[in-house]
Design a protein around this ligand. Structure first.
Ligand SMILES: Cc1ncc(COP(=O)(O)O)c(C=O)c1O
Length: 436
């Protein structure tokens, strides 16, 4: 017998059985709202999955995609080029920190991360440091779902089902310390010294075996963990001291989430490699990018085995339609001043988010840039149950929020209005109040 019309789809990161009994179906989207199949406007408090930064249904992107398909629908990225991928690479390096001048395209955050890890290893070998093969991630990190990403990642469920993953990986401790930092507004005060964990790993493995450290400048999927004050600067110093590459996974933080093109700029810390995706195309067409410093690219060009310097790439690297969507998205961010706008909205969101302090079961509230999180206490023996119920209730009340376990995350499109920020948190408060 054929499965019914919902059963034939195996949904990602979704409790399929529960969902299919009570589905939430989205049939349209415009600006700050989704439209559900029962005709309701649902306020998008998450920019989809941290990705629709310019809001939904942008005509400029729609036109760019339509025109591109008519002009050049596809061209192979190996051994051939097309103008828009060079144009986009140029636009990106203009926006990215000084010295980050070379872009490798892929199709997702996961691929941008795996590309970064492979580039790090190939670079170390090319410059004669072939013993530097170890990759260091961080507990509670999320770097997508490729084998590289889950190996350096630190979220237990994303790792435990998938065997031994990559060998030669170790992890820094995470920076979350609610005992000292609960209800911090902006960056938490305590924990910069946790960057010294890298010294511990250097003592254990020796720097001559370590290729790269990868962290999210602000951890998102694990439940929004802003870095303690001074932590990232310290990590940069230690990487430089030990000749280890520093990779920032900016899949959620790039393109205005912090009010700047990258979190690197916001924190004034320049890594060697930045991974981005998501808002690069305003999520209209899948695309990822790995942006590297001059010294990495130059070293590969000079020392890697010729003629192909990097044996890596995807059928859809720099896809012309994705490039067109990205160029239009970058235009919108600039023309509409969305990054600057995010700075003001972030201030309002900080105040509104923290006004939920004292609400039943709320044990922490965190925020940074246009990102906020409200953590509720887990129900005994049922971690994540309350978070899931709050998410469902908010959907019924007309707001899409995201539950990461028992942490409710907010990352609205950068076009959000102040009254919509208030609505997001009013509804969340009601939803939290309505469950036991
Ligand atoms: C920091 C980070 N890295 C990587 C990824 C993976 O991106 P994708 O789902 O596009 O593969 C995500 C997705 O949320 C992310 O937040």
């Amino acid at each position: 017998m054929k499965p019914n019309n919902l059963e034939s789809l195996w949904m990602p990161f979704t409790p399929n059985k529960t969902f299919k009994k009570d589905p939430r179906i989205i049939v349209g989207a415009k600006d700050m709202h989704f439209i559900s199949d029962d005709g309701r406007n649902i306020l998008d408090a998450t920019a989809g999955l941290w990705c629709v930064n310019a809001g939904h249904g942008r005509k400029k992107i729609q036109d760019a995609v339509y025109n591109q398909i008519g002009e050049l629908d596809y061209s192979p990225p190996f051994q051939f080029g097309h103008p828009k991928q060079f144009e986009l690479a140029n636009r990106l390096v203009e926006m990215f920190p000084e010295g980050m001048n070379h872009v490798f395209f892929s199709n997702s955050g996961s691929e941008a991360v795996d590309s970064a890890l492979k580039i790090a290893l190939a670079y170390q070998r090319a410059r004669g440091k072939a013993s530097k093969t170890r990759l260091i991630g961080r507990e509670r990190g999320y770097h997508g779902v490729g084998f590289g990403g889950i190996s350096v990642g630190g979220m237990v469920k994303n790792r435990m089902y998938f065997g031994s993953m990559l060998s030669g990986v170790d992890h820094l401790r995470h920076t979350h310390n609610p005992e000292l930092n609960a209800f911090s507004k902006g960056l938490p005060e305590y924990g910069a010294e946790l960057a010294n964990d890298l010294e511990r790993l250097v003592q254990l493995h020796d720097a001559s075996t370590i290729a790269a450290v990868i962290v999210e400048p602000i951890a998102g999927s694990t439940g929004v963990l802003p870095p303690p004050k001074g932590y990232l600067k310290k990590l940069r110093e230690l990487c430089t001291k030990h000749d280890i590459l520093l990779i920032f996974d900016e899949v959620i933080s790039a393109f205005g989430r912090m009010g700047t093109p990258t979190a690197a700029e916001f924190f004034d810390v320049t890594p060697d490699i930045i991974c981005c995706a998501k808002a690069l195309t305003n999520a209209t067409i899948p695309m990822g990018a790995t942006v590297v410093q001059d010294h990495i690219y130059q070293s590969m060009m000079e020392h890697a085995d010729a003629p192909i310097e990097l044996f890596h790439g995807y059928t859809y690297s720099g896809h012309p339609v994705a490039c067109a969507a990205a160029l239009a998205s970058l235009d919108i961010y600039k023309e509409d001043g969305l990054f600057e706008r995010a700075v003001d909205s972030a201030k309002h969101m900080q105040e509104v988010a923290h006004s939920l302090k004292g609400t039943k079961n709320v044990i922490d509230i965190r925020n940074m840039g246009l990102i906020a999180a409200v953590e509720i206490e887990a129900r005994d023996g049922a971690i994540g149950a309350r978070g899931f119920e709050v998410m469902k209730k908010a959907w019924d009340l007309g707001v899409m929020i995201r539950a990461n376990g028992d942490t409710i995350a907010f990352s609205p499109p950068l076009i959000v209005e102040n009254n919509q920020i208030e609505e997001m948190f009013d509804v969340t408060k009601k939803a939290i109040g309505s469950i036991n």
